[in-house]
Design a protein around this ligand. Structure first.
Ligand code: DLZ
Length: 162
């Protein structure tokens, strides 16, 4: 049987999933910035709709997705937030070393989760072309920024024992 498509952009946080006492870091890759800024706006709006105040959201920019793990580590050391969301967009058609970048970034982010015992969320679009990226950053397939923020809230609450 085919698995039902799971789209967190459509999953609503319950009132119990309250982010008012939580602090979040967001690392944003500047490569494909039209896409990553849209992911960022959606992530911030989701955090705020769950009660997180502006002053509890900390942003750091990095040049490309490859730099996301180090950017996240620096932000972790500076701010010690409850979760860090990593936002990027890698497009295969425009990136000859697509597979190297994607595997390095995903491994780097996973390593941070395990090393720091803190949620570092993988909010990186890895698409064939710009159209697919647009579809997933506020288009027909939702917005991965929302999904990343929902995951960050849920994991931060899990870690806090809620
Ligand atoms: C170099 C490069 C290329 C070709 N494509 C992308 C991309 O599609 N998405 C992305 O986030 N970054 C890209 N980069 C930049 C690399 O992530 C990295 O910043 C550089 O290789 C310098 O380390």
């Amino acid at each position: 049987m085919k698995a039902k498509k799971h789209n967190l952009s459509e999953s609503h946080l319950s009132p119990a999933e309250d982010a008012s006492g939580l602090r979040f870091g967001i690392v944003v890759s500047s490569w494909n910035s039209e896409i990553t800024e849209s992911l960022f706006r959606a992530a911030v709006s989701t955090l705020k709709s769950a009660g997180c105040p502006d002053e509890n959201i900390f942003r750091t920019d990095v040049p490309g997705s490859f730099e996301l793990p180090l950017g996240a580590k620096i932000l972790y050391e500076q701010r010690k937030p409850d979760a860090i969301i990593c936002l990027g967009c890698v497009i295969r058609g425009e990136t000859p070393h697509f597979d190297y970048i994607c595997s390095a970034v995903s491994a780097g982010i996973m390593q941070l989760n395990v090393e720091k015992g803190l949620p570092f969320i993988f909010g990186v679009l890895t698409t064939e072309n710009i159209q697919q990226a647009q579809d997933r950053s506020g288009g027909t397939h939702g917005n991965k920024g929302i999904e990343a923020a929902v995951t960050a809230i849920r994991m931060a609450l899990l870690k806090a024992g809620n």
